[in-house]
Every structure is written in structure tokens, then in C-alpha cells.
Design a protein around this ligand. Structure first.
Ligand SMILES: NC(=O)c1ccc[n+]([C@@H]2O[C@H](COP(=O)([O-])OP(=O)(O)OC[C@H]3O[C@@H](n4cnc5c(N)ncnc54)[C@H](OP(=O)(O)O)[C@@H]3O)[C@@H](O)[C@H]2O)c1
Length: 267
């Protein structure tokens, strides 16, 4: 029997909770009194501001933050080591799309490190915590804006860097990793699904050169539904837009998803 199945409240961990869509997802979950929320953020001041705002506006006192840089494995590992108590929901949402090619201190291209490895490491290193609760869920905030995947050049070392191409590749990879993790975590009682949130004005959309015509709340609706809603047939490994399952050719290519998974393991 899962160690934490007796708890009535649920604990959700969300990355990128200081961003446009992440804050809206966090607000939606904090408005559910059953939820305890942990905002996984890299900027202490921003995290504290969002936390205070959520506590005030939702009247849910169970909101706290943890500091993490998801583009660095050691930072994610350290947060996972610090984790105490149950975890029911993990929402991978933090992402970046810098206009110029940048690297982490470990010399990994920043979009690949944040948007792809960040999702991989959070899932890998928190799956142990998730597996101790019943019905645990992972939601990967991906995008319909996806493509340009090249397994031989994931870090744009040979292709000229273009932030839009690197972003599309990273969001394709998120959808592929969703399928690869769903296969592995199913028998540990954890479901993994991906979604397109919506087109929302944000720092990220600005860097990609579009404004976004949907509100952050609209962008948060599908991720929140995947995290808390009644999903048909115990949805697992799916890709969703506007709360509807959409077939995903990237996730359907098992060989390619396994190849990506194998590469991520090497970092
Ligand atoms: N906006 C859209 O129209 C749209 C469309 C499709 C999909 N999406 C997806 O939705 C998600 C949220 O995007 P958004 O538009 O809300 O972007 P955003 O407002 O720019 O927020 C990005 C968030 O990620 C955090 N972050 C970036 N790098 C990080 C790192 N290394 N470690 C920890 N946190 C980090 C940022 O933290 P700081 O506040 O510290 O910078 C911020 O909280 C992304 O996965 C994106 O791909 C967005």
C-alpha cells in the first residue's frame, strides 16, 4: 500500500511558478483547499512575492516555495534530497527561449538543459516521492509549437542556433519524454501526460516574438485539469489541447522517444 495514501490533502510541486502560466496554474491549485502547493523557483524574491500573493488571494495558507535551477541536475537533486512528506502532483512548466545561444555552467545549451533535461531530471528524481502516493500524476507543459528535432544535434552545436527552432525542438522533446516516462512509471502508479497550455503573453512568448491572445488563466486550464480532473480511462502518456486528447506523432515514434530518453540519461 502506498505510504501516503491515507493523507486527505494533496501536495503539488510546480516549476516556473513565477511565470505567466505557472503562476496561474499555481493560483488555480491553491484555490482548491485540499491542495498544498510548493512553488519550485530559481528567484527567491519573485518566489516569495508569488507565494504571498497566492496565500492572500486564495486564503490557502499551505503555499511555500523551494529554490531550484532546473537547468542543473545537482540543483534538482538537492531539492529532491530535501523533500519531506508526500507528493501527489508534479507539474513541469519552467522553460526559457533566449534569443542568443547560452550555456549552463556545465556547458549544456540552455534551452535543452531547462526545457528538456529540466523535465527529465524533475521526473527522474521525484518519481520516487510520487510513487509513494496513490494516483500520482505528472503534467508536462509542452506546446503545439513543436518540431525541428535532431537527435544528433540536440544542443545546436552544429546547426546555427535559432531560438525558435531550439524551442520547437525542446517542446517536441517534452512530448516524446512524456511517452517514454509513461511507459516506465505506469507500473509504479504514476501517470504522465503532456499538454499545450494556450497562447499567453509572457517573457517566453516575447522572446519568441509573439504576444499571445489567451489569458494566463486560459493557459492554466488544461494543465490544472490534467493535474486534478477526472481523466477518461486513466489517461497516461497522452498529449492534450483544450482538455482534449490529440494524437501526437512525436510520442508515437517509440524508437525515437527511447533514443531521446537514452541520451537524457547520459547528462
Ligand atoms: N506563453 C505561451 O504562449 C506558451 C505556449 C505554449 C507553451 N507554453 C509553455 O508554458 C510554460 C510556461 O511558459 P510561460 O509562457 O508562462 O513563460 P514565462 O512567463 O517566461 O515563465 C517561465 C518560468 O520558467 C522559470 N524558469 C526558467 N528557467 C528556469 C530555471 N533554469 N530554473 C527554474 N525556473 C526557471 C521562470 O523563472 P524566472 O521568473 O525566475 O525567470 C518562469 O517562472 C513553458 O513550458 C512554455 O513552453 C507557453
Amino acid at each position: 500500500m502506498p505510504e501516503h495514501s491515507h493523507t486527505s490533502g494533496k501536495v503539488a510541486l510546480i516549476t516556473g511558478a513565477t511565470g505567466a502560466i505557472g503562476t496561474a496554474i499555481a493560483r488555480g491549485l491553491a484555490a482548491m483547499p485540499d491542495f498544498e502547493l510548493v512553488l519550485a523557483c530559481r528567484d527567491k524574491e519573485k518566489a516569495a512575492t508569488v507565494m504571498e500573493d497566492l496565500v492572500q488571494t486564495t486564503a490557502n495558507p499551505k503555499v511555500r516555495y523551494e529554490l531550484v535551477d532546473v537547468s542543473r541536475r545537482a540543483s534538482v537533486q538537492s531539492m529532491a534530497n530535501r523533500w519531506r512528506g508526500p507528493l501527489h502532483v508534479l507539474i513541469n512548466n519552467a522553460a526559457t527561449a533566449p534569443r542568443r545561444r547560452q550555456c549552463t555552467p556545465e556547458d549544456i545549451e540552455l534551452q535543452f538543459a531547462t526545457n528538456v533535461l529540466g523535465y527529465y531530471w524533475m521526473t527522474e528524481l521525484f518519481s520516487e516521492h510520487l510513487s509513494r502516493t496513490s494516483g500520482a500524476r505528472i503534467v508536462n507543459v509542452a506546446s503545439y509549437w513543436a518540431g525541428d528535432f535532431d537527435i544528433r544535434d540536440l544542443e545546436f552545436r552544429t546547426r546555427p542556433y535559432d531560438n525558435d527552432r531550439a524551442y520547437r525542438q525542446s517542446k517536441q522533446a517534452d512530448r516524446m519524454l512524456t511517452a517514454a516516462f509513461a511507459r516506465r512509471l505506469r507500473n509504479r502508479g504514476i501517470s504522465v501526460n503532456a499538454c499545450h497550455p494556450g497562447d499567453v503573453n509572457s517573457r517566453l512568448s516575447h522572446d519568441l516574438g509573439f504576444g499571445g491572445h489567451e489569458s494566463p488563466e486560459q493557459g492554466a486550464a488544461t494543465p490544472i485539469w490534467l493535474a486534478t480532473g477526472d481523466l477518461q480511462d486513466g489517461a497516461n502518456g497522452g498529449y492534450f489541447e483544450s482538455r482534449r486528447a490529440v494524437s501526437c506523432r512525436f510520442a508515437a515514434d517509440v524508437d525515437a522517444t527511447e533514443a531521446l530518453f537514452a541520451v537524457c540519461r547520459t547528462y
